[in-house]
Design a protein around this ligand. Structure first.
Ligand code: 7TS
Length: 408
């Protein structure tokens, strides 16, 4: 995989920011888009745009084919058994809320348990808090090891016969931990519970096979994997989705409507009320083609190498604290530079054209566990190179000098 060649396909990366060539290290927040995706959306609007599943006119059937074709791409990409197991959503947040609002509220009762971890993004935490409150279920946490990973012994000890749902992030957006979701799913199933996987940070960077993981639900966001914002997907096992109540009612999702009663369409459309995100789905389909052409294994390997190189280079900076396990990690590194506030770090880096994220990363309970009010994070993708890491390291060294009074 040649990142320098791939980079050429991302127009946004070829600009100066604050007088320096841009180094974009915030792909965990959102990835940049290649010309193939931008072109697919442009072509859709210039040639095919119409509403789907309605008209008999030619543009209507082209738009429907494009939208349903994108669903098939997502199905194959995740290796789901059936296309109707793929529901288009706005992203991971909407997908997880759908499961928590529909499935959890129908199966959980007082005394039942919902199990998550303290490293969850707010999107995989608050929906379960709310579902627990609404149903009387108890929210339980698999504790974290001192390095932020999860031990299978703790998984065994936390999940019980009272557990109805286990929901865990596959790759943490802060710690860079890859959780053993396949093993957790097996434990959940032994106790009759269902397994939900937050795939926001795994889907863009590694090969995912929902049948192999044997998860019951899997959520993803298109914008983190080269697709536009506003499109994502929920995978759900057919037998579960078939028995779930929609959470949005209106056009597109109904079969028969009478004054006092209505019936719903088949899967997956009953969960896609209203005009769907058609151009977004087209963009997601193009992004999947793009990523598959390069190969998810190649992307994963490239990012692991970059992360290892970054760990090496950043170790040259004595006051830099890196969070999460020390071993191999996917392409993200969360850190703090002495006592300098991460917002200040990010501001100085930005002045040098280096874009990183600073804040709580939508993981406030995890920040408390790390005993940090906030952190900075550099995250990599297929278009990043070792030169980008060098620019980050050099800029951090200068940041350290600039704030040397604060580091002491
Ligand atoms: N889950 C994880 C693990 C995430 O990293 C994110 C977004 C979400 C869920 C929510 O995804 P959305 O597309 O529905 O918003 N994470 C981040 C981040 O780390 N920085 O900005 C967004």
């Amino acid at each position: 995989m040649n990142a320098l060649e791939i980079r050429k396909l991302f127009p946004i990366l070829h600009q100066e920011v604050n007088g320096h060539p841009l180094v974009y290290l915030d792909s965990a927040a959102t990835s940049q888009k290649p010309v193939q995706v931008i072109e697919a959306i442009k072509q859709y609007y210039e040639r095919d745009n119409a509403n789907v599943h309605r008209g008999v006119h030619t543009l209507g059937s082209r738009a429907t084919d494009a939208y349903e074709g994108a669903r098939e791409k997502v199905q194959r990409f995740l290796h789901a058994r059936h296309t109707e197991e793929i529901i288009f959503t706005r992203g991971t947040t909407t997908a997880l809320n759908l499961v928590a609002s529909s499935y959890a509220r129908s199966v959980c009762r007082e005394g039942d348990e919902i199990v998550i971890t303290p490293m969850e993004h707010h999107s995989n935490l608050i929906p379960w808090q709310q579902a627990a409150k609404a149903t009387g279920a108890t929210l339980k946490y698999i504790p974290l090891q001192p390095d932020g990973s999860i031990s299978l012994t703790d998984v065994e000890n936390t999940i019980t016969d009272k557990t109805k749902i286990v929901s865990v992030v596959y790759v943490s957006n802060v710690l860079g931990v890859v959780n053993p979701v396949k093993e957790i799913a097996a434990t959940a199933h032994r106790h009759g519970a269902k397994m939900v996987v937050d795939g926001a940070q795994s889907t863009p960077h590694m090969k995912v096979d929902v049948q192999d993981l044997d998860c019951d639900f899997y959520a993803l966001s298109g914008h983190k994997m080269c697709a536009p914002t506003g499109i994502g997907a929920l995978y759900g096992k057919k037998e579960l989705l078939e028995n779930m109540e929609p959470i949005e009612y209106g056009g597109e999702m109904i079969d028969f409507v009478d004054l006092y009663e209505s019936t719903w369409k088949d899967l997956p459309w009953r969960f896609e009320g209203g005009t769907p995100i058609i151009a977004g789905a087209v963009g997601l389909g193009a992004a999947i083609d793009f990523l598959q052409d390069i190969g998810l294994e190649n992307i994963h390997h490239h990012e692991e190498k970059l992360a290892a190189y970054a760990m090496d280079r950043l170790s040259e900076i004595p006051d830099l604290v890196i969070y999460g396990p020390k071993g191999k990690r996917p392409g993200l590194i969360t850190f703090n530079l002495g006592d300098v506030h991460p917002h200040d770090v990010a501001t100085v880096l930005d002045a040098e054209g280096v874009a990183v994220r600073a804040g709580h990363h939508c993981c406030q309970p995890l920040m408390r566990w790390l005993k940090a009010s906030a952190t900075a994070r550099a995250s990599f993708y297929l278009y990043n190179t070792e030169q980008d890491i060098d620019r980050l390291t050099d800029a951090l060294k200068r940041t350290k000098e600039y704030f040397s009074h604060a580091i002491g």
